[in-house]
Design a protein around this ligand. Sequence first.
Ligand code: NAD
Length: 363
Amino acid sequence: MLGISQSRSTIFVTGGAGFIGSAVIRHLLDTTDVSIVNIDKLTYASNLHSIPQAAAQSERYRLSKTDICDGEALRALFAQYRPQGVIHLAAESHVDRSIDGPQDFISTNINGTFMLLQEALRHWRTLSAAERSAFRLLHVSTDEVFGSLGPDGAFTETSPYAPNSPYSASKAASDHLVRAWCETYELPCLISNCSNNYGPYQFPEKLIPHMIIKALAEEPLPVYGDGQNIRDWLYVEDHARALYMILTQGRIGQTYNVGGRNERTNLDVVETLCALLDRLQPSNRGGRRRLISFVTDRPGHDRRYAIDASKLERELGWTAMENFDSGLEKTVRWYLANAPWWQSIRTAGYEAERLGLGRAPKA
Ligand code: NAD
């Protein structure tokens, strides 16, 4: 067993106040003894209420409001906490926002990753030989770096990179930096590329919460284009489990694809959500499918993603515990039971307007 998973270990989680990062921290607090430092700039996408265990686990959990582009601040954190591992999730993550304003994506996803690598390397070089060999940095990336698939096949770890959006291009660039820091400087890094996540605590701009909240408000459900774009969905807690396994058991320098083999068209997803809501919280105005409306497509909208996760399953024994039906029902039940969580995001000013038409890209 690596030193990383021992009880006195400290793990940095960047972006731990976001959707997947908070799931990772909940998983670490609930199932391990490690200590966690959550390094997060606290952008619009963050929510500290997404880690309800934090207060009760205060001896194992620290929050540092830090921008990963701030090298000096990162250096001070590495010197103070001397972590055994880093799970790097901090990023700008919404494709539509990257079309309207790519600058923040270049800054955080590329320059921020560069800063983190530099400071992790500086820290790693101060460690003893045994500590250096136990240290790991896991960079969390997306299947979108591989571009769009035709009707058949799935992305593997050797699929060529072909990013199509400013978001996926910035993630692809960061993947290459991580690879280079591992090859050139021997910093012990791993990369994971995951399919679309869904589940509790997801910011309402993403497809599934966006549709749940609109349907509950009896508002039109805007499906992009013809609704036939296909995504491969993974329940976020399955992803969090995979990330800790990769960090502690993965092979240095390797990439692992993470996915749940749950391909669905966007229209299928929205229709399934309507059916679930009709069953769990019927509307007196009738079935929610009547709310579906087709709107102008996203520019450069990738047609299909699918992930082959067999390397992760074979090498580390990971399997997804939720299938799409069970995970989606859990998710809908969570949004119904936790309205204050998402209503407070609306109250704080999020307006759920249409983004990403690329009419007037800002810097
Ligand atoms: P998110 O947008 O919900 O959260 C991102 C977090 O990063 C937020 O808490 C934000 O405050 C923080 N952050 C942003 N810029 C920062 C900066 N400069 N310094 C420090 N913190 C900063 O994103 P998510 O959906 O949880 O995604 C997490 C990671 O997983 C991202 O790297 C994303 O590319 C990757 N990923 C996401 C998905 C998905 O379906 N959501 C799929 C595969 C991979």
